[in-house]
Ligand binder design. Structure first.
Ligand code: G3I
Length: 349
């Protein structure tokens, strides 16, 4: 970035965050989503990148203006934080947390225990059960300890189920199924105030996978494992979520005493999308948020990214994209307006 433009970029972000500067990306005359969400007592946000917040003023301006919770898309994961055992580089992660604190945005930590994006020494190592438990404890203590008081909720364990069974990942193979509750127990010891979530995909409807997760969490909660909430990732196509089934599913987890979070919503479309596709997408966003707002245990609604310029979808699903609520030029899409209308109605009640 040329000399001197940095301060201009910061000013743009600050002015946009205050609702000034019609030129700020995605600026919309209406109240930002975060204002409506706050009136309703819930959080709305997105997964973000620490480097993008620092380098792209338009990106940062939308985040500062619209959201009251953010999830680091990759910056808090084991591999990006630590390549060598016991050595952590929190530079990017701390900058993301500082941005969030500056703009009154909560941080949703993601994720302490997962089978992906691990450092090579773990993926390629051979360890006894005791050694793996020690490695897990060291990591959770280092990371949840570093962010203690700065992270409102953690995805403690991510994607432990594969279909209707506990995934045979290296943690399950190395420690056994109790690695899940061990992870939650350590995280609660390290940060007793953080809300601790189990996070997974493909469990939004009542189905064999959500049945298995329900049984697992019901048992864990009844045994006093410190699990406070469940995250439904909701990486979907239009129509994939059956609203009646989704509502029943939210209710049964809510009845366990668990808080409800939509953690990674994106609604992917075949690119380039037609107007009809974008209308169906907007309807999908609306019906998911409406279902959440009807659930007493609902806490937060987050998308996985927020602009079609920065989404994991095209690289993962060939020919698909346009999954988010702002277009590639940070302009609000029909999906944004659908969420806005939904929150306006809820805030007015
Ligand atoms: O940072 C490196 C870069 O240095 C390197 O040059 C580049 C090419 O190899 O890779 C970069 O790392 C990539 C990373 O994203 C950051 O961009 C990894 O290869 C890539 O695998 C990683 O993908 C992430 C994926 O999780 C990993 O499984 C996606 O961005 C991220 O959106 C996605 O997020 C997951 C959630 O954590 C869990 N739920 C599902 C969701 C989508 O898969």
């Amino acid at each position: 970035m040329p000399e001197g433009t940095g301060i201009i970029a910061v000013l743009i972000v600050e002015l946009a965050a205050l609702g000034f500067g019609a030129s700020a990306a995605g600026q919309d005359a209406r109240a930002p989503l975060r204002e409506l969400a706050k009136k309703r007592g819930v959080l709305i946000g997105a997964a973000v990148g620490g480097r993008l917040l620092a380098r792209d003023p338009d990106y940062a301006a939308v985040v500062a203006r619209e959201f009251n919770v953010v999830t680091p898309e990759n910056d808090f994961k084991w591999g990006p934080l630590s390549r060598e055992r016991g050595k952590y580089d929190f530079t990017i992660a701390d900058a993301l947390v500082a941005f969030a604190a500056k703009h009154g945005i909560a941080v949703h930590g993601h994720t302490l225990v997962w089978h992906s994006q691990l450092p090579k020494w773990i993926e390629e190592g051979t360890f006894t059960r005791e050694e793996m438990l020690a490695i897990l404890r060291e990591h959770i203590t280092a990371v949840a300890g570093h962010f203690r008081g700065r992270v409102a909720m953690w995805d403690v364990v991510n994607e432990a189920f594969e279909d209707a069974a506990l995934r045979q990942n290296l943690w399950n193979k190395g420690i056994g199924p109790d690695y899940v509750e061990q992870g939650f127990g350590i995280a609660h010891e390290v940060d007793p105030k953080a809300r601790l979530l189990y996070n997974d995909y493909g469990a939004e409807n009542v189905n064999p996978k959500s049945d298995a997760i329900y049984a697992f969490l019901k048992d864990a909660v009844q045994r006093g494992v410190p699990i406070h909430g469940i995250g439904f990732q909701a990486h979907v196509v239009p129509g994939e979520i059956d609203v009646a089934s989704f509502k029943r599913n939210l209710r049964r987890f809510g009845e366990l005493g668990l808080e409800i979070y939509v953690t990674e919503l994106d609604v992917r479309l075949k690119d380039p999308p037609t107007d009809a596709d974008l209308k169906r997408q907007a309807d999908t966003y609306r019906e998911i948020l409406d279902a959440c707002l009807a659930e007493p245990a609902f806490k937060a609604f987050q998308t996985w990214g927020f602009t079609d310029r920065r989404s994991w979808i095209p690289g993962h699903y060939k020919g698909m994209g346009s999954a988010l609520i702002f277009d590639a030029d940070y302009r609000p899409k029909g999906a944004y307006r659908a969420l806005h209308e939904c929150l306006e109605r809820a805030a007015a009640k």
